[in-house]
Structures are given as structure tokens and as C-alpha cells.
Design a protein around this ligand. Structure first.
Ligand SMILES: Cc1cc2nc3c(=O)[nH]c(=O)nc-3n(C[C@H](O)[C@H](O)[C@H](O)COP(=O)(O)O)c2cc1C
Length: 337
């Protein structure tokens, strides 16, 4: 019996720890999703931009290795508008192999809601601002993820982004008034027991964890990127469009991307429009960095919580430590006033 026995998220998905692995494109593969699922979390495969072959390989691996039904998949919504074949493939499984949940982020989930609901999967919608919450409810979201701008990877830019610390309780209050059965997950900066406990104190039912689980043995992130992350503190990341331009990703405004602020990023971060209009030389430097595994040019995708990450442990150990740490933090008598 733990404090999480009363977690609505744990009850809904049969979890022992209220953690959902973020569906991180190219990092949350089958090995990481299944390790999280076996450890009692919900493991979402990072379907990302909807690459069908990658999704087929990694989702199949997740099913085979997890021996649980705590497996789901996530996609970037605006990219599905161009090609939804990977979503269709995931949903088209026999009922026992269908995803437990499908998470959609960055765009209007409503057009995919009916087919996800028909499959029996729960819909999880990740949002970045209060004004997006009604649309997530219209889509029939079982859970809404409140993503703060601290988060690694894509999110809202500096003008539009919210901090996890204020966004989660504001959305918790709004959901209590408008849709009390909808679950709330916090995302952005949750990387240890303290931050998981804090998310729950703020009113979340659990956390969507990206960067902390990116830095694990099972994550498909490149080894050099993980090593750089271990040497980087929380001052060392930044949001901008630099890496999206360098990677030829046509992300719609107002989304941008948080990663480690390396020398190539610093060279362009104050000249975004110049980079946009003439990216050739910078792309050459970036492509060479990717080929060589040189992270002075290549991107390493983590959020501000990288300063709380000191090892690349196995994912099960990370999930267990976060759960135990949160339990200890929430039991702390100094908090009982
Ligand atoms: C390497 C990486 C890749 C990500 N890719 C995706 C993605 O493909 N789809 C998505 O919805 N979110 C993606 N995210 C964002 C996560 O869903 C989540 O909001 C974020 O990781 C939470 O913040 P944290 O990194 O501080 O844990 C990514 C995050 C990281 C770190």
C-alpha cells in the first residue's frame, strides 16, 4: 500500500507509480517503453513525426518485451495531418495489442479522436496554454498534459510558454470546475522524487517524464548526447527555432525547441531570421556534427531538469527511485501543517 494507491492515474492504467514515459521521437523506443511498463509506469513509444517503419519496429518490440498492457504510443499532431499511416497501423492491431493510450501533442487532436476512441485507447492530449484546454476536452481526452516551457524538446516559445509551477495548478482548478473526471499530468522539469511530489501537490494526477528517462540505458538517444547531458547543468539549455531550421523541420509557430545550447546554437540564436533566409552553411556544419557525433554542432535534446540528472541508470531504477523519492517527500512531516 503506497500513497499512489489513491492516484487516479495509477487506477486508470494499472500503474504502481504515477509516471508516463513521454513519447520522445527517436528516443522512446520499444526497449525504453517496455522497461518503463515493466517497472509499473505507462510506456509511450515515440511515434513522433509518424515514420511508419520506425513505429512498426519499436511498437512491436515494446509489445514483445513488456509482458504488460501498459504500452501506448504518441504522435506529433500537425505531422499526422500530412500522413497518419503510423497512427492507423498502431490502432489496427488485435484488441489485446492495441495501445492502452495514444498521446497527441502540438495541434488539433479532434480530427483523430473518433478513430482513437473506437480502438479503445485512451486519448492523452499535451497542451501548453490554458486556451487549448477546451479543445482537448472536445476531443474527449482522458488525460491532459500541462507542458511547461522548462520541458525538453518541442513546446511553446518564450512569448507563449507557461511555467510548470503555475500552469499545473491553474489547469487543475479549471478541470475541477469544468471536467473533474479528466486526469491531469504535469510535464516539464520532473526528474526526481521531489519534482514528482511537487507535481502532485500542485494538483496533477501524475507526471509525463521526458528528459530524465531520455538519459537512461534503454533510451535510443546517442551515447555522445547522453554524455554531454551528464556534464551540463540546468543553465545549459535554451529554447529557439535554431535546431528546427538546421534539421529542415517545418514546425508551425508558435512552437520551438529546447536543447543543449551548444556553440552552433549560440552562433545563430540571435540571428534567427538570417539563419532562416540562408541556412546552407550552418546546415553543413550541423550535418557534419551529426555524422561525426560532434555535439558542439549536433543537438542534444533535454530540458532544464538536465541539472538534476547525474547518471544514465536503467529506466526501471529511475522509475523506482522517483516513486520512492516522491513517497518520502510527500510523507515528510515538515510538510504536514
Ligand atoms: C528528446 C525529446 C524528444 C521529445 N519528443 C517529443 C515528441 O516526439 N512528441 C511529444 O509529444 N513530445 C516530445 N517531447 C516532449 C515531451 O513530451 C515532454 O513534454 C517533455 O519531455 C517533458 O519535459 P522534461 O523533458 O523536462 O521531462 C520530447 C522531449 C524530449 C526531451
Amino acid at each position: 500500500m503506497t500513497i499512489f494507491s489513491s492516484s487516479r492515474l495509477c487506477a486508470r492504467f494499472g500503474l504502481s507509480t504515477p509516471i508516463v514515459l513521454a513519447p520522445m521521437a527517436l528516443a522512446s523506443g520499444g526497449a525504453l517503453a517496455s522497461a518503463c511498463a515493466r517497472a509499473g509506469a505507462l510506456g509511450l513509444v515515440g511515434g513522433g513525426y509518424g515514420d511508419l517503419a520506425w513505429t512498426q519496429r519499436e511498437y512491436t518490440l515494446a509489445l514483445q518485451a513488456s509482458h504488460t498492457n501498459r504500452i501506448g504510443c504518441g504522435f506529433i499532431t500537425w505531422k499526422l495531418d500530412e500522413d497518419a499511416s503510423a497512427l492507423d497501423w498502431v490502432l489496427d492491431h488485435a484488441p489485446e495489442h492495441r495501445p492502452r493510450a495514444v498521446m497527441l501533442s502540438f495541434g488539433d487532436a479532434r480530427r483523430y479522436a473518433a478513430r482513437i476512441a473506437a480502438s479503445g485507447a485512451a486519448l492523452i492530449c499535451q497542451i501548453q496554454r490554458m486556451e487549448q484546454a477546451p479543445q482537448a476536452l472536445e476531443a474527449g481526452a482522458t488525460a491532459i498534459v500541462a507542458q511547461g516551457a522548462e520541458a525538453g524538446g518541442h513546446g511553446m516559445n518564450a512569448l507563449n510558454g507557461r511555467a510548470t509551477m503555475t500552469f499545473v495548478p491553474e489547469l487543475a482548478d479549471w478541470l475541477a470546475a469544468h471536467s473533474p473526471d479528466t486526469l491531469l499530468l504535469a510535464a516539464g522539469g520532473i526528474a526526481d522524487g521531489r519534482t514528482l511530489a511537487a507535481a502532485m501537490v500542485l494538483g496533477a494526477d501524475g507526471a509525463l517524464v521526458g528528459s530524465r528517462l531520455w538519459a537512461t540505458a534503454e533510451s535510443l538517444a546517442p551515447q555522445g548526447a547522453k554524455e554531454l547531458a551528464l556534464r551540463t547543468d540546468g543553465d545549459g539549455t535554451a529554447r529557439s527555432a535554431v535546431f528546427d531550421i538546421l534539421r529542415r523541420k517545418n514546425w508551425p509557430a508558435p512552437y520551438d525547441f529546447r536543447a543543449i545550447r551548444n556553440p552552433l546554437h549560440r552562433a545563430w540564436e540571435e540571428r534567427i531570421e538570417e539563419l532562416r533566409s540562408d541556412p546552407a552553411a550552418a546546415r553543413e556544419a550541423y550535418d557534419a556534427g551529426i555524422s561525426a557525433g560532434d555535439y558542439t554542432a549536433a543537438h542534444a535534446t533535454v530540458g532544464e531538469c538536465v541539472g538534476l540528472v547525474h547518471d544514465c541508470a536503467g529506466a526501471a531504477d529511475v522509475v523506482r527511485a522517483m516513486g520512492e523519492g516522491a513517497t518520502a517527500a510527500l510523507d515528510n512531516p515538515r510538510l504536514q501543517h
